[in-house]
Design a protein around this ligand. Sequence first.
Ligand SMILES: [Fe+2]
Length: 308
Amino acid sequence: MLGDKGSKTLSRTKCFVIPGDFVARKCGVEMLGHKGSKTLSRTKSFVILGDLESSWQERERKKMTSEELEIGETEEIAPGVLVERRCFFKTIALAFGSLALPGMARLASASEARLSYEEFLKEVIPVAKSLVGDTSLAGQHRYLLTLASYVVRMADVPVPEMRDSGQGAGRGTFIGGNPGGDPFNVLHWRMEPGSVIRPHPHTYGNVMTLGLEGEIRVENFEMIGVRDFDAKGTFKVRRTHSQVLTNGEVNLVNLERDYIHGFQASAKGGRGLDITTRIKPKRETPFLNMSKKPIEIEQGIYEASWGI
Ligand SMILES: [Fe+2]
């Protein structure tokens, strides 16, 4: 929850965020904030936010009795400066939020708020733009997991007009698009009961898949050994994930890991989103032909070849 400095509402609701030049935190051994904060150093598990420069002396005089507060209770230690005793995890969550990727939710309560699709785009696009440039394994994970943290807050997504996906093993798979833009596209898909989207690699765009309704099994694979999308003949792939996507569940395709995926609809069918971000030059995408059964059951290893 955010508010104005000195806000009575904030005081009444035990909120503690006061926009200002100074931010200080103390939680266990970690501290972010003001130099010379002798008082703060005695206040483990407290968070202080606000412009303290003008009130530093007054707070020193008051000697912060806040260690006597119950967790969650606040005390005004100087005009416009509130102190709240917080548990460790709550403080860490706040610290992450305020390390401030643009537009990131800064408080747990804000992070839990449901977003309309338009609100989702408005919040996530600046963050996505700030992260998309790092295309390393870790950078893509950071990007995809961050997208996921926003997308799971969406209350609903308008269902667009759809056409045959062209990726199905047979009929019953459909795809359309929601407005996305820079840096990602938003594909909206629907699968009829029992339908299948054939396993295929992602060679130039990573994917964050979100389940919206129904039950869809999604599986990820990787080639064993050197990754080669032009390989002739057979090779081995390992199944790295197998999960059932239901409403709010996500699956990630990083171009460096888990970069092959395929879908199998349950008897309920299902619907979801693929948020795809192109980070490498586009090229033709093959399908993955796989042995019906794994050749090494425990390791989930299959014999495979590329097909069209
Ligand atoms: Fe895909």
